[in-house]
Structure formats: structure tokens, C-alpha cells
Design a protein around this ligand. Structure first.
Ligand code: ADP
Ligand code: ZN
Length: 290
């Protein structure tokens, strides 16, 4: 059986066809322009296949309330052309298929839980540190959702006493995302993250902020595995720095598993989100029969 998956991002839509074991058989990347330009190409790709269902992991914020008339729409995104765009509805109605829908990070967490670094567990946290910071968490096998999806990137962190940078979040200035996402690194240090690889102080400060966030997620959600993805985490020297800061901040209060296997990069690499889309498609297919 074939399933479709969409990883809808702010710069590109990755579309894939795969099977129920999470294997990807075909994939295309389509730039995120306006919905009028991007969506026909997305739909055209899937029309070539005989699919059972489609799963979407989308940039957000998105409406995940199944009771809402705008369920599956992108809501207050700064990308104005996509604001209030009914992504799920468009795919569902055009292709006449069951469609599963989640945030991009929830999809990545599902991918990692089923096939990646958290395989065999019933909880994990997936955090992306890229253009923004976002987290998806699964607890007791369920994606966490309440009023809306969590917005883990916008928590408040204790500022480093030697960091005068004002922060870049348009809503909160110096929340975690405002201090530690890729654009904040670039603005604070005057160069892109990738060009700062050799600057030790950059990554020490980055780990100082990310570790504080992880400690809060650990204390509140108690995930069995923490997976850190996104462009900024390509700086793999961050992992030991973050692990050390987390241990220092917790100071033995929580009995963590062995730290090197607790805070890890994605087992699926850059494919976590798209493979999570296949998991969502599979779930949508199953629930369409029940
Ligand atoms: P997005 O979040 O838009 O989906 P990414 O996860 O690739 O995309 O994040 C992009 C951000 O990550 C940019 O701010 C970029 O400068 C930063 N980034 C990408 N690659 C690296 C790298 N190798 N080292 C440090 N920063 C990086
Ligand atoms: Zn914020």
C-alpha cells in the first residue's frame, strides 16, 4: 500500500510517497511560493500514484482542533499569502483521500518515535533549532495537544549576564527563539551560524540557552528521549555542551538515562518530518476504516 506525505515548510514543500514501513519510494521538493503557485505542483505529484491516504506536517501555527471549521488551516503565519490557508481541506477535497494533519515538529516526533531515535518508546520530544525554534512532544503514545499545539520555542530563559543582544522574536524579543534560533545567532554575531563554526563562545552561549529550555521540558514533560534537529544543530559540537549544561542545571535532581543516548540528533536525519508524514497517513487510513 502506498501513502503520501507532505512536509510543508516556510521555504519548501517536500512531498513523498512511501509505504507502511516508513520507506520512501519517491520524493520531490517544491519551493514555497504562494499557495496558487505551490499547491498545483504538490497535488500534481500525488495524482501520479494510487494512494490510500496522505499525512501532512506543516509549518504553523496551524489549527489542530478537529471540531473547528478551520481545522487543518495555517493560521497567523507571518507568511501573509499562507495566512488562513486551508491546507488540509485543499488536499483532502482535491485528492479525495483521508488526510492526517499535524505541525511539522509533531510529525517529526512521530517519525522518530516509530522509526528513529525513539523507536520502541512511548514518549519523546523533538525540538528543531532552525529559522525558528519549535517542539513536538509525544507522551503515553499521544501527541500533546490542548488549547492548541505547544509553542515550545517561545519560553522565557534566563539571560546570560554577558549577552547584550536584545533578541529577535517579534512577539517577545528575548524568548528562547528570539535569543537562540538561527537568525538570532546571525544578528548577534554578524555572520551566519555555519560561518561561526570555529567560534567557541558562540556555541557555548547557544548551549547555555538551549540547555535551560531542555531542563524545563524535562521537568514538565518527562520525555524518555530528546531529539534535537534543525539547521543550527548541524553544529554537532553543541551536543556535548548542551548535555553538560543540562546535567549541571538539573544537579542530579532527575534521574536521567545515560546522557549521550538521552539527548541525541534525529535517527532519521533530515527525513524525520517526511517519514512522520507517512505515519500520519497510515493513521488516517486506519481511522477511515474504523
Ligand atoms: P528551517 O528552520 O527554515 O526549516 P533549517 O532547519 O535549515 O530550516 O534552519 C535554518 C537556520 O539554520 C538558518 O538560520 C541557518 O543559518 C541555520 N543553519 C543552517 N545550517 C547550519 C549549520 N550547518 N550551522 C549553523 N547554522 C546553520
Ligand atoms: Zn517569542
Amino acid at each position: 500500500m502506498f501513502y503520501g506525505a507532505i512536509e510543508a515548510g516556510g521555504t519548501k514543500f517536500v512531498c513523498a510517497v512511501g509505504n507502511e514501513t516508513g520507506e520512501i519510494l519517491a520524493k520531490v521538493t517544491i519551493p514555497t511560493l504562494t499557495p496558487e503557485e505551490t499547491m498545483p505542483q504538490v497535488l500534481e505529484f500525488f495524482r501520479q500514484y494510487n494512494l490510500q491516504a496522505i499525512g501532512i506536517g506543516s509549518f504553523g501555527p496551524v489549527d489542530l482542533n478537529r471540531e473547528s471549521p478551520t481545522y487543518g488551516s495555517i493560521t497567523t503565519t507571518p507568511k501573509l499569502e499562507w495566512r488562513n490557508y486551508p491546507l488540509l481541506k485543499t488536499v483532502q477535497e482535491t485528492l479525495s483521500l483521508p488526510v492526517g494533519f499535524q505541525t511539522d515538529v509533531n510529525a517529526a516526533a512521530l517519525g522518530e518515535l516509530h522509526y528513529g531515535a525513539a523507536k520502541g518508546l512511548d514518549s519523546c520530544l523533538y525540538l528543531t533549532v532552525g529559522t525558528g525554534i519549535g517542539g513536538g512532544a509525544i507522551v503515553n503514545g499521544q501527541v500533546i495537544q490542548g488549547l492548541t499545539h505547544p509553542e515550545m520555542g517561545h519560553i522565557i530563559v534566563r539571560r546570560h549576564p554577558n549577552d547584550p543582544y536584545q533578541g529577535k522574536c517579534p512577539y517577545h524579543k528575548d524568548c528562547l527563539e528570539g535569543l537562540a534560533a538561527g537568525p538570532a545567532i546571525e544578528e548577534r554575531w554578524g555572520k551566519k551560524g555555519i560561518e561561526l563554526a570555529e567560534r567557541k563562545e558562540v556555541w557555548e552561549l547557544e548551549a547555555y540557552y538551549l540547555a535551560q529550555a531542555l531542563v524545563q521540558y524535562i521537568l514538565i514533560l518527562s520525555p524518555k528521549k530528546i531529539i534535537l534537529g534543525g539547521g543550527v544543530m548541524k553544529q554537532s559540537q553543541l551536543f556535548p555542551l548542551i548535555r553538560q549544561n543540562v546535567q549541571e542545571l538539573l544537579n542530579g535532581y532527575v534521574d536521567l538515562p545515560e546522557i549521550d543516548s538521552y539527548i541525541v540528533p534525529p535517527g532519521l536525519g533530515d527525513q524525520a518530518g517526511i517519514i512522520g508524514g507517512l505515519v500520519l497517513a497510515h493513521e488516517a487510513h486506519r481511522s477511515s476504516h474504523s
